[in-house]
Design a protein around this ligand. Sequence first.
Ligand SMILES: Nc1ncnc2c1ncn2[C@@H]1O[C@H](COP(=O)(O)OP(=O)(O)OP(=O)(O)O)[C@@H](O)[C@H]1O
Ligand SMILES: [Mg+2]
Length: 509
Amino acid sequence: MHLGIDFGTTRTVVAAVDRGNYPVVNFQAKNGDFQPWFPTLIAKKEERCFYGFDVQEAGLGDDVNFLRSPKRMLTDVGKNSLIFLEEQSISALDLLTEFFKNLYQALYHKSSLKLSEGETLETFVSVPANYNSHQRFITIEAFQRAGFNVTGLLNEPTAAGIEYTYRYGLKKDSRTKDYLVIYDLGSGMFDASVIAIKNHQHEVVANEVISYFGGDDFDQILLSMALEKSGEDRQLSDLESYLMLKESRLLKESLHPNTRKIRFDLRKLNKGLEHVEITVKEFYEHCIPLVEMTMKAMEMTIEDLPEGKSWKDVSSIYVVGGSSPLPIIPRYLRTHYRNMIKKSPYPFASTAIGLAIGCDPEQAFKFKEIKSNYFGVWREAESGRKIIFDPVFSKGITVPDKTMKPLISLRRYHPVHNIAHFRYLEGSSLGVDGQPSGDMTPWDEIFFPVDPGLRSLDNLRGIEIKRSAEAGEHEIEERYIYDSKGVIEVTLADLKDGYERTYQLRRSA
Ligand SMILES: Nc1ncnc2c1ncn2[C@@H]1O[C@H](COP(=O)(O)OP(=O)(O)OP(=O)(O)O)[C@@H](O)[C@H]1O
Ligand SMILES: [Mg+2]
């Protein structure tokens, strides 16, 4: 089964590949109802963590501690950075892995997918375009540890761009680049990107993210307005605020272009309180400064376009993200950008559908051939606190033809662990710091025994990788050969005792 998974701040949306269709997967909530997303939620109660649907307010009671969204936690984390959940701590990678394991189980047992036991889930996943290589690494690694077979990682706007092209078709003159703006207002962040599209290749060329603002802020605005009107000014408990924000979100989501008044019922909070009435006009007036911020971010992406490019080169603004149907958004955008606006028919699922299309073996949305991508390996740095990318073959190199010698790349170093663990990847672009910033395809993973005592074992996966003083006495050489058939081979050799192994590297599939 091929899937596209959009790991959102509050909603994780999954789209499947089904004979040329990309249906959004429905999940069964605790009350039996189906909904087209898996909640990106973690809560803690008495030393135990609850994930996704298990975070049900009724079962958890007053002493529950709702944690920040795991997607938010990924901001600024190191590989082993610990997240403190009261007295306990857990690494970001472990927490995310647990969350994805829950998603994996829900896909098998509580979703509209018909999966047979043990069926491989070949998956494309997405990350915000401004994620650094470390956050990209953690995302892929956590999905893999949870059981998914990640075959591609795209920037969220690239996936939405693919969904756009699938729906509206490519520009007639395919020799010139088409520029498309993606306006993505989700729950926890806003993302404006310009995508360059040529021959089914989609690439983010400019991007602005507002990571502290998303559609959930509208819930907070509405709730604050209601509390102010009612005169209730005490601090709400975690559970109260969760329940009242939910109430506010439902009211916000039910607004349509003709709604005039919002009736906010505060009795769940305090039986002594009545409902209050807020006019939609008043509510939107409070929202406008935020909407203006998104437009400013979008204008900034246009300023970042390559020399000589401007709005005149942009064909459309594609409006996606679950919050984009809030009537003030299209109304405000239309007054400024008129007929450039195109709304996605599935705003909350555009990214997941784009990922599924990208993942579909029958589709033309293929990655660029290796020669126009870079290829390299993740390495640990700063004693394992950080993961950095080491490019083995850089972007733009051409495949050597038959008359040429193969390309060779060498590395030598003293290892620090009993097992050398290599995770290879191919990607479309590197940022100014030389680290991956674009779409990526994971390649093979290799475990090489530095400790001679492990060399008789057929499979090293699952054996504990630990630091060892003896490892430093060895010297490892990595020799990469890239031949005229486009094949990459690596020979890993221990120069101390001459032990070596050769592997042909492949994209993971
Ligand atoms: N009809 C609607 N009108 C207004 N807002 C809506 C509507 N339907 C859903 N939303 C809002 O959309 C948001 C969820 O959007 P989405 O699923 O795109 O976010 P996400 O992917 O979880 O977050 P992010 O992309 O920021 O990481 C929530 O804030 C929800 O209240
Ligand atoms: Mg999103």
